[in-house]
Design a protein around this ligand. Structure first.
Ligand code: CP
Length: 320
């Protein structure tokens, strides 16, 4: 018997064979992923959170960088869809014996996998991977370039909260230049008709920010007054070669989402954070744990988004 979700999940397929970023994802694809994610979100509320959609498919999670949320939610998404799932950790692999990235990828693919989910510290690494393998590739974060499923789950969380994305005013606050989350959010939110303002120290704005179609405002209080929602970014110390601000204390004073700042607002402001958070630096604990913070909703929606992406990329296509 077909399970109920078949009656509501949208058939349809993405324009691109891989999900490498939102730069080349048309708005219709983003809409299709979000629609399917809301259907899969219902599956996650059932007592038995599993559908047979990807039975017989094999997905490898190839992680060259630490991750909590992305790695676990991709693995859960694969399990919820009944795919076989295998985890690869660079630190416990033959890369430590000098094996190359190309050989690693091709040896994994030789074991007949259908899809590779990859997180890598080098921008563009997932694009590079598509040159070595025939499997479907999904970018789970590549350096400071893109993190498409994070932006999709952020958009889903906004849609869930506001009922729409179009016309929303979204502030992205913090270390923009080192953030793949910012990169994908800027692209995705604008394609879906939201207005985006970036806020952070001038040293943390990307070169060529003027060409991104966003507003830049270094005054956090003005951005908080303007926005319907803000996405607060972590200071990406691991991607910084030098210090981009004089002290954590000064950063918090100018760009921290503090309880005091939130209390001054004469409205409800939705607070998002992709995690991991530096509590007491870019965001106060009281704010992160407040009713207006949807940070854990984002995490749950991440499973649904990854289910939708895998379904749309790997699901059986109708016969031509
Ligand atoms: N948001 C995010 O990518 O978190 P992880 O690094 O824990 O996967």
């Amino acid at each position: 018997m077909l399970s109920i979700w078949w009656t509501t999940a949208k058939m349809g397929f993405l324009q691109n064979r891989h999900l490498l970023g939102l730069a080349d994802a048309p708005a219709e694809d983003i809409r299709l992923i979000l629609e399917n994610a809301f259907t899969f979100r219902e599956v996650l509320d059932r007592p038995i959170k599993k559908v047979p959609t990807l039975q017989g498919k094999t997905v490898v999670n190839l992680f060259f960088e630490p991750s909590t949320r992305t790695r676990i939610s991709f693995e859960l998404a694969q399990k919820r869809l009944s795919a076989d799932t295998v985890n690869f950790s660079a630190s416990a692999s033959s890369l430590q014996k000098g094996e190359s990235f190309k050989d690693t990828a091709q040896n994994i693919e030789a074991m007949k996998v259908d899809c590779i989910i990859m997180r890598h510290p080098v921008p563009g690494a997932s694009i590079h991977l598509t040159k070595y393998v025939d499997s479907v590739v999904v970018n789970a974060g590549d350096g400071a370039h893109e993190h498409p499923t994070q932006a999709l789950l952020d958009m889903m969380s906004l849609q869930e909260r506001f009922g729409r994305i179009e016309g929303l005013k979204v502030g992205i606050v913090g270390d923009i230049s080192h953030s793949r989350v910012a990169g994908s959010n800027i692209l995705g939110l604008q394609k879906m008709g939201a207005e985006v303002t970036l806020c952070g120290p001038p040293t943390m704005m990307p070169l060529g920010v003027g060409a991104l179609g966003v507003t830049v405002n270094h005054n956090l209080d003005e951005v908080l007054d303007w926005a319907d929602a803000i996405n607060v970014l972590r200071i990406q110390r691991e991607r910084m070669g030098a210090s981009y601000f004089p002290s954590v204390r000064e950063y918090r004073h100018l760009f921290g989402i503090t309880q005091e700042r939130i209390e001054r607002l004469k409205k409800q402001l939705i607070i998002m954070h992709p995690g991991p958070m530096n509590r007491g630096v870019e965001i106060d604990s009281d704010v992160a744990d407040s009713e207006n913070a949807i940070i854990l909703d984002q995490v749950l929606n991440g499973v649904a988004i990854r289910m939708a992406v895998l379904y749309l990329l790997l699901g059986d296509k109708p016969e031509e």
